[in-house]
Design a protein around this ligand. Structure first.
Ligand SMILES: [Zn+2]
Length: 394
């Protein structure tokens, strides 16, 4: 199994300055390589490839020992490969007949990740194992940086990345061969409905992760982005507004991941089988069917941006759930969510009038009333179990 770990870095002031310089040099390398490709293509119709740029990089490093030459060659190659990926994606979209934007130059604040593709090559995880209390990661040109390692790392460290989020620095380890930790069987199955007011509602009537705090941050983020749009380009106030937006973005992301982890953990601990909506179909149908358009009074006043921030939580939740379920040996089933919110879970009557409000379900045939999301979750569970029976019979 593969999994990644993210830890806060505690660089000294000198190391923080070196990290910032390293990131800035990588950004300039990325932009220079992009400029090279653009010019060659526009002036001579020549396509520059990754291999050409990697060869050029050797000379650049030799000529600029105090600058680009300070950093890990492999890490710089990873940055060139990132640009290569952007071009491959660009040409794929062109071939598909779409009109994609040309890969863009990265401004300050829009380049925040460095990657070392292999532990031991320009970087070393746990570089001072003899230290009695702290963990360090060694990064070429920066030094042994202290890591706030809040959980043990399992498996084999494959790649090491460093990420800047606002004023904080993080290290992200991607590990291979992480052993699965199956949990004891519970004999229980559950259906979950993903919503806006609660992240998930279960067929057993539980509402998990009411994202109030997330809602508040999302509101502040929307306000900060509006404020940013009013600032003059190149001004000091604009730079401050950019930093504020970035910090709020990071906060929203942390809160969302945190809520997703808690909800997923609760489910994985209690159930052997977890049935959820297929997100690809949710995204296609839910906005058209009006569920998001009329999300009830709690969220009705939200701006489009604010709402989209809340919506994005579903994808994060399903990714976290998939990882935890794999590790715990639980079964996940994705079902088509069509009609699950308008069908009565007691008598099966399906009508749009059944859904009185966003939160309230009342069957017009049999009179059954329930929390609308819980009613949907029961239908989702049933659809999943039917799918499973059909697969076993086949
Ligand atoms: Zn009914």
């Amino acid at each position: 199994m593969r999994r990644s770990y993210k830890f806060l870095l505690r660089p000294t002031a000198r190391q923080a300055a070196a990290l910032a310089a390293c990131l800035e040099d990588h950004r300039q390398l990325y932009n220079a390589a992009l400029e090279h490709r653009r010019t060659a293509y526009r002036k001579a119709g020549v396509t520059v490839r990754y291999g050409d740029q990697s060869a050029d990089l050797k000379h650049i490093r030799a000529d600029d020992a105090e600058g680009q030459g300070r950093w890990s060659f492999s890490s710089q190659q990873a940055t060139l490969r990132r640009l290569d990926k952007a071009f491959v994606a660009f040409f794929t979209r062109v071939r598909e007949g779409r009109t994609p934007g040309f890969p863009r130059f990265k401004g300050r604040g829009w380049f925040d990740t460095l990657e070392w593709p292999k532990d031991g090559d320009g970087c070393r995880w746990d570089s001072q194992p003899e230290h009695p209390t702290a963990t360090f990661v060694r990064l070429q040109g920066i030094g042994h940086v202290r890591v706030h390692q809040h959980r043990p790392v399992q498996g084999r460290v494959k790649t090491i990345s460093v990420k800047r989020e606002g004023s904080r620095w993080y290290v992200v380890l991607s590990c291979d061969d992480v052993p699965a930790q199956p949990l004891a069987s519970t004999g229980a199955a559950v259906g979950v409905d993903m919503g806006v007011v609660s992240l998930v509602s279960t067929s057993d009537g539980e509402l998990l992760d009411n994202p109030r705090h997330l809602e508040a941050s999302a509101g502040r983020l929307a306000a900060a982005q509006q404020a940013l749009a009013r600032k003059k380009r190149g001004s000091k106030r604009r730079r401050e507004a950019v930093a504020r937006v970035a910090a709020l973005h990071a906060k929203v992301r942390r809160q969302r991941v945190d809520g997703a982890h808690k909800a997923a953990l609760t489910l994985v601990r209690s159930y052997d089988v977890i049935v959820h909506e297929d997100l690809r179909i949710v995204n296609m149908t839910r906005s058209a069917s009006g569920t998001i358009e009329q999300p009830g009074r709690n969220v009705a006043a939200k701006s489009g941006l604010n709402r989209s921030i809340l919506d994005a939580g579903w994808g994060v939740f399903l990714r976290v759930l998939a990882r935890k379920a794999e590790s715990a040996g639980r079964e996940l089933i994705a079902v088509n969510p069509a009609n699950t919110s308008r069908t009565c879970s007691r008598c099966g009557h399906c009508a749009k009038e059944n859904r009185v409000t966003q939160a309230e379900f009342a069957c017009t045939a049999c009179g059954h009333t329930a929390h609308a999301d819980v009613n949907a979750a029961i239908n989702i569970l049933r659809a999943g179990l039917a799918l499973r029976d059909a697969a076993e019979a086949a």
